[in-house]
Structure formats: structure tokens, C-alpha cells
Design a protein around this ligand. Structure first.
Ligand SMILES: [Zn+2]
Length: 69
């Protein structure tokens, strides 16, 4: 079993979940693991961008009633 599902065609640079490239039919290889860290080094910047610490931010969050429309 594959270590991860995401594969890449080395000829066309196309990502796929299948064993063959959907474009050229060549055998695909395992794509490099996605870079991810449990310690989100840019979390404070992300919060700054969305203004999480400002007044009224909580009012911008969707409510259950909004999602039903
Ligand atoms: Zn290909």
C-alpha cells in the first residue's frame, strides 16, 4: 500500500490519485509530502490579517441561520 495517495507524473508534472497519469498514461511516482507543521509559525500573521483581536470580529463569523439561506 502506498505511503500516501497523492502521486505525480514526472513527465507532465500532473498530480493524481491514480496509478497512471491521466494525461499521458505513464506510471506515476509518489509526490513529495506536503509541508506541514503542527506549530503554525505564521498563525499570528493569519490572525492579524483577519483582525481576530479587534472588536466585532466575532460578528463576522457565519451563524447557523446564515448557512441555511
Ligand atoms: Zn503524464
Amino acid at each position: 500500500m502506498a505511503r500516501q495517495m497523492l502521486q505525480i507524473c514526472s513527465t507532465c508534472d500532473i498530480h493524481t490519485l491514480k496509478a497512471e497519469c491521466p494525461n499521458c498514461g505513464a506510471k506515476v511516482v509518489q509526490a513529495a509530502a506536503i509541508k506541514w507543521s503542527p506549530e503554525d509559525a505564521r498563525a499570528h500573521l493569519r490572525r492579524q490579517l483577519t483582525g481576530v483581536e479587534g472588536e466585532g470580529w466575532s460578528g463576522t463569523l457565519p451563524t447557523l441561520d446564515d448557512s441555511e439561506e
